[in-house]
Design a binder for this molecule. Sequence first.
Ligand code: CP
Ligand code: NVA
Length: 310
Amino acid sequence: ELSLKGRDMIELDEYSPEEIQFLLDSAIEIKRKQKNGEVYQPLKGKTIGLIFEKSSTRTRVSFESGMFQLGGHALFLSKNDIQLGRGEPISDTAQVMSRYLDGLMIRTFGHDNVVNLAKYASIPVINGLSDMAHPCQVLADLQTVLEHKGKLKGLKMAFIGDGNNMAHSLLIGGAKMGMHVAVASPKGYEADASIVKLSEEIVAQTGGKITITQDPIEAAKDADVIYTDVWASMGFEEEQAQREAAFADYQVNEELVKAAKPDYLFLHCLPAHRGEEVSEGVIDGANSVIFDQAENRLHAQKALMVALMA
Ligand code: CP
Ligand code: NVA
């Protein structure tokens, strides 16, 4: 029996394809239980702290309600309301929290903060989004594709836009599952070279493929999944105008999706800006599964918390 007890979730590269598949299968089973009205509370009496340095709708609500459904309790800890925001070291925060809680989630700017929290905490630490990675989102994304397509291996997933945290975690997660991940970004906004290299090393093992291009049509060609994200992520708001110019040819719209397979799925981590990175017709169209995807944050994170904390 595969056990992930006590592990951290900083990025999906630390997990084997079998372990990721286990989490996805578990998420699908937990979803089934919930839809059937079955009570499932393996985390009764357990607590998780949710540290937020940035805004959130999905991550906060899905972790809080998910933990409650599993029989446990979640504490929302806005960074500015805890002493961390007044300069208490992350190492002290980690060690103190480890005396009270059974798990921690952190949403922060610097990826180092996640790494350091995990280094000093004796309890599992989950990355709820950093500037580098968003693994919880990609677990939900992979679950969504698996549910709609019945498989992951061999599918082509195109990410059109900023080479940001989403691009990184999709590269790694897709590579792990043997997918062809194609990322199209304008010059100057490419995915981190070290992440591209890592994902290329992964596909050498899993039989997937990585394509990095500046051409959105090349990325979207025959794709099974078209994914995009905002042009200006949290923390980059002041670059909005400059980014709108740089990404003008990277909108996912009716014209671009003609290059994809007719039964392509449209995914977006949300929040979205209709009329910027995606046209209204595509995001609200028949191929869009954005709300299944958002829902799956709940199920995927419940599976993750059970695996790491039960
Ligand atoms: N997709 C996502 O993480 O959404 P929130 O920022 O609302 O948590
Ligand atoms: N790339 C976006 C994702 C939000 C869920 C951001 O970091 O703001």
